[in-house]
Each structure stands twice: as C-alpha cells, then as structure tokens.
Design a protein around this ligand. Structure first.
Ligand code: ZN
Length: 194
C-alpha cells in the first residue's frame, strides 16, 4: 500500500505536516517550501511524481493497484500473480494472440462473450423454461457450471489443474480465470508429463 500523503520526519517538519500543505493553490508543488526542507535526492524523486492534490483534496491512504486508488480484491489478485490489470477488453487481446487451434480460439471467444448455448442461455432467450443441468440436476446450467462445476467437468479440471490451486481457480470469475491462464499458462496447470 502506498502511504501517499504524509511527509514522515522531514527535516524540522512536524509529523503532522501533510502533503497537501506542500501544494500551491494551483495544484503545483510548493518547491520553495520543499527545497527549504528536503535534500536534493528526495526533491528529485518528487519531481517525477505528479501532484494529485486538486483531485484528492483530503489526505488519506491510497491503494496503488488501481487507478481510483480504491482497494479491490481483483487488483490484489492481479498484483499477486503479476497479471496486468485492465478493462475486460484486455481479454480479447489475449484471445487474439492465443497460439492454439482456431477452433479453441473461437470457443474461448464464445465463452467470454457468454454466448455458449447452455440451458441457462436457452431460458434467457426464451427457447426453454428449464435451466437445470441434465447431467447432475443443478438448478442452473450456465457456462461456468458446464466448464468447471458440473461433477464431470470438475473431475476433468482436477486432471489438468494443480490440486492446491483448484479452490483458488474456482473462486475466480471464469473470464478472469481464462485471462490468467492465457497470461501465464503455468499459473494453474499441472506441469506437462514428459
Ligand atoms: Zn451439472
């Protein structure tokens, strides 16, 4: 977490001085005051920082993992796994650069568009009034159920995914899981058997 707004123990400066006190009314750093308090090495670091005071009028902690600086579990997950955060559109770029068969590429695209004709999708399109899974009887056969949660699909996943990573993968939204796999195939998959 980035501790954004306090100047800790600067020379001769009270710990109560806030970053906001070092900003001019026009939103620029108050260099005169900063230069009287801080060594050149620190000033050079500050030079590279954009002053955000006009947009963040109150001194507060900020999360460095999102543009809004608000903490989200998703952003923490991305940071932990070294996955670039970005809008959902990023998934399409990952699918476009997928190196497998074209058939699988199209399938991934359909999954991420949520247009696989599951029973849930049939009900949603008014083709049917029964969204249940015909294999296991679960109330909703959506794409997540078909690919990961239906007992038969789960058994297949267990063959392919590291045992200790199964729960973690299932907690992820299916699109995020696909994105993680495309970004770093070794994140969840078992090592290939030679
Ligand atoms: Zn099922």
């Amino acid at each position: 977490m980035e501790y954004r707004h306090v100047l800790p123990g600067a020379m001769g400066v009270s710990d109560n001085v806030l970053v906001g006190d070092m900003v001019m009314p026009d939103g620029e750093w108050d260099w005169v005051r900063l230069e009287s308090l801080l060594p050149m090495t620190i000033l050079l670091c500050i030079t590279g920082m954009k002053c955000r005071f006009p947009h963040f009028p109150h001194d507060e902690l900020g999360w460095n993992g999102t543009v809004s600086e608000k903490f989200t579990v998703k952003s923490a997950y991305y940071i932990q796994h070294g996955v670039e955060e970005g809008p959902n559109e990023d998934i399409w770029r990952k699918i476009m650069s997928y190196k497998g068969t074209q058939c699988m590429q199209i399938f991934l695209w359909m999954v991420c568009c949520d247009i696989i004709m599951t029973n849930y999708e049939r009900v949603r399109r008014h083709f049917s009034n029964d969204a249940r899974c015909t294999l296991c009887g679960a109330d909703t056969e959506d794409v997540d159920h078909v690919l990961r949660r239906c007992p038969q699909a789960y058994l297949t996943c267990k063959e392919l995914i590291q045992v200790e990573k199964m729960d973690e993968l299932l907690r992820l939204d299916i699109k995020v899981g696909i994105k993680c796999n495309l970004t770093n195939p070794k994140m969840f998959a078992k090592e290939p058997i030679d």
